[in-house]
Design a protein around this ligand. Structure first.
Ligand SMILES: [Zn+2]
Length: 61
């Protein structure tokens, strides 16, 4: 089984995404494979980076 983000773990083709969900420091993408029919969730850990203002500029001291 491969573990490449965005690719089916069974046959490695690009996944289709249906929806996503977040929970604390995780984000879950509900994915399905157009080739073999695999259905599952691609999970990522979120990590705090920094505060930005509403125009995506870093805050100044
Ligand atoms: Zn597949």
């Amino acid at each position: 089984m491969s573990q490449r983000p965005g690719h089916c773990p069974q046959c490695d083709v690009y996944l289709h995404y249906d929806s996503d969900d977040t929970n604390d420091d995780m984000i879950y993408y509900y994915a399905s494979c157009p080739k073999c029919g695999w259905n599952g969730i691609e999970a990522y850990r979120l990590e705090f980076a920094e505060f930005l203002d509403s125009d995506f500029n870093p805050l100044e001291d």
